[in-house]
Design a protein around this ligand. Structure first.
Ligand code: HAX
Length: 440
């Protein structure tokens, strides 16, 4: 049977030919124009990056290699007795663009298990970090510390030719992804569980093992939740902060360790991945204020207090999406199946009833609907993972699948160093004087 790497190699030539033909024969065709609002306003909608592993539609949501989340929940292989997709399957899909078989997934599980052992120097480093350091800082530091393992960096020093960049990156990516659940679980157990660690179970898959090593629940549904969670957070096209940061840093031929660590630093921002911890904190404040599940009126008041205090409603709004995030819907379906009567779920549902209307009346956000982070915390909390400042680490483990699959492609396609143009305020003002807009 050919390996994942052999299969990838067969795809590189044809894909490179497609990309080169686009650039060579149609390089001067415009696909995007830029106005001053976009220059000042965070580069929204400017098409300026190639990202093949997923594509986001503002109304429909994310498609991974053309497949929607409901399609993937149906089509991707499952763990024995399970109903949620295996993260191994989404990695295969993102890398190769094809739905894997159960055997393909099993081969990845085996490959990642072989590469998953954490070196002693990494454990020593993690043990030296003060325990009150945010788990995302610990996670990013651990990834960066592992950089000394980089095949890419070693082979680059030995004058590897460009044609081998993808091969060295592939090795780094597989080694790094394999270790992420162990790193995450190590941080979790050390930070919150008195440093009593749980060995991985060789019979379990990558996501099942993360759930197992956390040691918060023996319910098989928690492993299923982890598999679903790790699939749906894996990618959201290239422009979001964690994906773009990984891609940008990688474009300087910084290896996968440097690149992912940078991506995780971006994910740690409260407007991005940290929103999942913010949501739980916000809900707890709400419960404290009203002594449990609030009424609709109390909920509305709490939201207006948040907004009038100059803060955002965490988990709502999006830079691209303009409807309820399908990743939110998938998690809501999971909750309806496994915890329909759970108080926190009732609150999350009540927020969903009230927030879109309040945010619309507030009149600022372009999207009053929930994003992925509005729901994940309640599911984790239900199974005993109550330490919500850890939640973004789960997101990070998952996000690695998408951004690192794309990183292998970046090196296979020989994408260049990124260097968009910036201008000064004065440059824009001068431009306007020289190109006065036509009177409206
Ligand atoms: N609550 C209150 N105000 C909000 C809001 C919210 N949930 N979402 C947007 N706004 C405000 C913005 O702060 C902005 O206000 P100013 O004009 O005063 O600066 C205005 O509405 C316009 O913003 P926008 O164009 O609709 O949204 P942006 O593209 O600028 O920002 C964000 C997108 C996701 C950062 C934003 O919606 C937000 O802050 N949401 C809350 C935090 C959150 O849930 N983040 C996670 C997003 C998903 C993700 O990346 N997960 O990792």
């Amino acid at each position: 049977m050919s390996t994942l790497k052999d299969k990838f190699y067969l795809k590189v030539g044809p894909m490179k030919a497609r990309v080169q033909s686009l650039a060579k024969e149609h390089g001067d065709v415009n696909v995007s124009s830029v106005n001053i609002g976009q220059v000042v306003g965070g580069a929204r909608d400017i098409i300026s990056m190639l990202w093949d592993v997923s594509l986001l539609d503002k109304f429909e949501g994310i498609r991974f290699r053309g497949f929607s989340i409901p399609e993937l929940r149906d089509k991707l292989p499952k763990a024995p007795g399970g109903t949620e997709p295996l993260p191994e399957g989404i990695f295969y899909l993102l890398l190769l663009g094809e739905i894997p078989t159960a055997e393909d997934c099993a081969a990845i599980t085996e490959e990642w298990q072989k590469r998953s052992v954490l070196p002693q120097y990494l454990i020593d480093t993690m043990n030296a970090i003060p325990k009150d350091t945010h788990p995302m800082t610990q996670f990013s530091m651990a990834i960066l510390q592992l950089q000394r393992e980089s095949e890419f960096a070693r082979r680059y020093k030995e004058k590897m030719p460009k044609t081998q960049y993808w091969d060295a990156t592939y090795e780094d990516v597989m080694n790094l992804i394999a270790k992420l659940p162990n790193i995450a679980a190590y941080i979790f157990r050390r930070t919150y569980m008195g440093g009593k660690h749980i060995a991985p179970d060789p019979k379990l898959d990558w996501g099942g093992n993360l759930a197992h090593m956390l040691g918060v629940s023996n319910d098989p549904a928690f492993k299923e939740l982890m598999r679903l969670y790790l699939c749906i957070h894996s990618d959201h096209e290239g422009g979001n902060v964690s994906a773009h940061a990984t891609h940008l840093v990688g474009s300087a031929l910084s290896d996968a360790y440097y690149s992912l660590s940078a991506g995780m630093d971006g994910l740690a921002g409260p407007l991005h991945g940290l929103a999942n911890q913010e949501v739980l904190g916000w809900i707890q404040d709400l419960m404290k204020e009203f002594g449990g599940v609030p009424t609709k009126e109390q909920m509305e008041k709490f939201m207006w207090d948040t907004l009038n205090g100059g803060r955002v409603i965490p988990g709502y709004g999006h830079a691209v999406l303009r409807k309820t995030d399908p990743r939110y819907v998938a998690q809501r379906e999971f909750a309806l199946k496994h915890m329909p009567d759970y108080d926190l779920f009732k609150i999350v549902s009540l927020v969903y009833e009230v927030a879109p209307d309040v945010l619309t009346k507030h009149g600022k956000t372009k999207n009053p609907w929930p994003n992925v982070d509005a729901h994940s915390g309640v599911l984790l909390y239900y199974y005993g993972a109550t330490q919500f400042d850890f939640y973004t680490v789960f997101f990070g483990v998952s996000r690695a699948l998408g951004v690192l699959a794309q990183l292998v492609w970046d090196r296979a396609l020989g994408l260049p160093i990124e260097r968009p143009k910036s201008v000064t305020t004065e440059w824009l003002e001068t431009f306007l004087k020289e190109h006065p807009p036509a009177a409206k």
